[in-house]
Design a protein around this ligand. Structure first.
Ligand SMILES: NC(=O)c1ccc[n+]([C@@H]2O[C@H](COP(=O)([O-])OP(=O)(O)OC[C@H]3O[C@@H](n4cnc5c(N)ncnc54)[C@H](O)[C@@H]3O)[C@@H](O)[C@H]2O)c1
Length: 428
């Protein structure tokens, strides 16, 4: 009789905010009893430690979830991340505000831990290069969460494009509007100098980059201020980003350009009927894809609850709590699936039966949907957007960043000035 191999992986978290509650905690709750794959057997996930600034969220979480997670360690400043990575985690998830991803991820990779970073991975290609080199040197995975790629609607889009049912994208738009409670409440502590584009446009930058391939050519961006911060300051209420990509012509002629406009905000009224407004339209040589996350399903009104403490249009695909027909409670959706998939990739590298560890590492590291090494054009767009907004706030709007220009990989041109500022000298 054969026995199923069993293993354990210790999980460490850096940051324990909203996204931890929504996606990591539900996964750790179910995966502590083990995930199964024929290649590695059963692997239980032990949420072993968390690093935060003050530890207050960690202690509140412990008090509320003591039966599921009785004995994780909480590390606090100074050097919370340094203490965490020197302890026992096999992989580390970085879910701090986006301008703090790099430091936590670097500490974990230097300590030889596999790493998963929340989107956007990092804010510059210089940082990306450093993390990718560290992961290669220490032979671990460095990955990023873009869970919208796992949304069933986007999987269908990817399938139709891969099968050339929808052929040759021409242009498109995407919009994602977050409620005011995000900018005025949840993120108020760290929002100074930040913008909603880096926070959420990045989901669509990745969707476009991953689904359609192509070469990023130019980036422009503008936006509005005055609600979250002063009208002449550097904190943005909303942004409008334009990306120009170049694609091979399907008939072998000259390459063709496609423009994508991505509009984001975090000042939508809190009584908006959905959590967030998300809409995309992509036009192809032979078709049009229209997606609207709120209009794909349910509208539900409950007296004295909707639209504030409960929402009218519910996204049951991202992360929903359910009573299953067999009377068990569950929490599932693509937000959780994205984290679980990373955990499976780590288990495959460490315990998978097929090939040696190095071969398995190469195979998992080569998955472009979540690998840091494949995030180059997305980070290039984010780095360009950050620089364009910074210039705009300093009184110099209307600049453009050219990608793989003769002057450098990312070259920012001000109107009327032929000499660019080089944001990144290497090739994107
Ligand atoms: N995948 C998604 O759709 C999605 C959704 C929301 C947030 N996010 C991403 O997750 C990250 C966190 O967002 P959130 O909504 O959970 O934020 P949050 O403000 O709710 O929580 C941030 C957490 O980071 C901790 N922290 C801050 N600085 C730290 C440091 N230097 N070291 C250790 N911990 C530190 C805070 O104590 C807090 O626990 C962001 O990068 C955001 O873009 C992703």
């Amino acid at each position: 009789m054969s026995t199923i191999p069993s293993h354990q992986l210790n999980a460490g978290m850096i940051g324990m905010g909203m996204i931890f509650d929504e996606t990591y905690a539900p996964l750790f709750r179910t995966a502590k009893d083990g995930i199964y794959d024929p290649s590695f057997g059963v692997c239980s996930i032990n949420f072993s430690a968390v690093a935060t600034r003050t530890g207050s969220r960690a202690e509140a979480f412990r008090a509320n979830h003591s039966s599921d997670f009785p004995d994780f360690t909480s590390y606090t400043e100074p050097d919370a991340a340094g203490q965490l990575v020197s302890a026992d985690p096999d992989f580390v998830c970085v879910a701090t505000p986006d301008d703090r991803h790099f430091a936590g991820a670097k500490a974990a990779l230097e300590a030889g831990k596999h790493v998963l970073i929340e989107k956007p991975s990092v804010l510059s290609l210089q940082e990306l290069d450093e993390l990718v080199a560290l992961a290669e040197k220490n032979k671990v995975l460095a990955k990023v969460v873009y869970h919208k790629l796992l949304d069933p609607d986007h999987k269908k889009l990817q399938t139709l494009v891969a099968d050339d049912e929808l052929s040759h994208v021409n242009n498109g738009y995407c919009t994602l509007l977050e409620p005011k409670s995000i900018s005025g409440g949840q993120f108020a502590e760290w929002i100074q100098g930040r913008n909603p584009g880096t926070y959420v446009a990045v989901h669509y930058i990745k969707l476009i980059d991953f689904t359609f391939g192509g070469k990023l050519k130019r980036v422009t961006c503008t936006g509005q201020r005055g609600l979250v911060g002063p009208a002449d300051g550097n904190t943005w209420d909303s942004t409008q980003l334009r990306l120009i990509y170049e694609y091979e012509s399907p008939n072998g002629g000259a390459p063709r350009e496609a423009a994508f406009d991505i509009h984001t905000s975090w000042v939508t009224p809190d009584n908006f009927p959905g959590y967030v407004e998300q809409e995309v339209q992509f036009r192809f040589d032979n078709g049009v894809w229209n997606g609207h996350s709120r209009r794909r399903g349910v509208e539900c009104t409950i007296e004295e609850k909707t639209p504030l403490s409960a929402k009218i249009s519910i996204n049951n695909h991202y992360n929903g709590s359910f009573l299953e027909p067999w009377q068990e409670r569950s929490q599932r959706g693509y937000g959780i699936e994205a984290i679980e998939r990373f955990v499976r990739e780590v288990a495959e590298v460490e315990f998978g039966g097929v090939g040696g560890r190095e071969e398995r590492l190469d195979r998992m590291a080569g998955l472009s949907y979540n690998s840091l090494a494949a995030d180059r054009q997305v980070v290039a767009a984010v780095q360009s957007m950050e620089a364009l907004l910074e210039h705009h706030a300093a009184g110099h709007p209307d600049a453009v960043v050219k990608v793989n220009d003769s002057a450098g990989g990312l070259a920012l041109y001000q109107p009327g000035n032929p000499n660019p500022e080089v944001l990144y000298p290497g090739t994107v």
